[in-house]
Design a protein around this ligand. Sequence first.
Ligand SMILES: Nc1ncnc2c1ncn2[C@@H]1O[C@H](COP(=O)(O)OP(=O)(O)OP(=O)(O)O)[C@@H](O)[C@H]1O
Length: 357
Amino acid sequence: MADTELAAAIKTALAAVEIPGGGDLASYAGLSEIIVTPSAVAFAIAVAPGMEAAFGPAREAAQLAAQSAAGTRKIMVSLTGGKASAAPSFSHGKPVPPGKTPVPGIKRIIAVGSGKGGVGKSTTAVNVALALQAQGLSVGVLDADLYGPSIPKLLALEGQTALREDGIFAPHEALGLKIMSIGSMLTKDQAVVWRGPMATSALRQLLRETDWGDLDVLVIDLPPGTGDIHISLFQQAVVDGVVIVSTPQDLALIDARKAIDMLRRLNVPLLGLVENMSYFIAPDTGTRYDIFGSGGAEQAAADLDMDFLGAIPLVMSIREGSDAGTPPMASAPDGPEAQAYRAIAQRVLAQFPAETR
Ligand SMILES: Nc1ncnc2c1ncn2[C@@H]1O[C@H](COP(=O)(O)OP(=O)(O)OP(=O)(O)O)[C@@H](O)[C@H]1O
């Protein structure tokens, strides 16, 4: 069945679901578009603040109705209660959002973010994850960049789905890392528009319904910028700290500062700043060129009152290796790029108490 036909069939099935106050879900104005991917179906039901509990049975009925039409695809139904549910409560003067809980089996979550796209956030996330693994830790990577998942490409996992028969996601294994990505639910080049509530619900499920086993560290590759996905993640999960990746050009811009400001407001610890594509190493001579001047990022980190974690050179081998699914930490573990990633991982780890590393 074509995706559009399946979406229509599910909508028809939702006509049998009654909603509070009378009427059926298919004709309810708060029902979102129904998104169909090769392994999942996602839709959201927007309800007035305070009506979440009343809509609980309708959500369950919708889940069942959709499942009977969708066969083996995973059904992701999110109920959104408007702004009221996002309001944090306070404890000891600090906001404690409702439902902020650790993820079982995962000792520590480190997120990697950036002010804008294309600065090398995913490349940094994967290589730092590999560098943490090289320190003897068990490490997973969650690609939360729902709008442009690039981890499957970086680790040559494109086109592989990750759904188990019991509806739990089984993470991929690549280079010893456990990997889960929204990209694992999409075919190559499939343009899926994940809208607000669906995107946050998808992320919650990827985080909590993946069989991670026991991990010392889960590295989350965030979408660029600041948005609903970030806020929802930081409100629902205990994130131990965030690494911000920036290019020298971006540092002067407002984007990275905006992201940092958001994290501070959400009380998420900032682990520090990584400057990517910082200097150029000539492939023929190995000479280093500080094309953007030197020391700018360190100064910017100091201005922003955060630690400087290190600089990664701009080198063709990073781009080529990444495009081929072999990041430098794996292809040249003794090379200068790998050393730079290792130093960053060490500085990140050093921020946590020794007994918990
Ligand atoms: N240090 C580097 N040297 C050379 N190329 C790099 C370096 N870091 C990243 N790249 C390349 O830059 C491109 C963007 O990198 P990446 O996908 O990691 O960025 P991103 O910030 O995660 O982007 P997006 O916002 O699209 O997710 C990729 O082609 C990658 O191989």
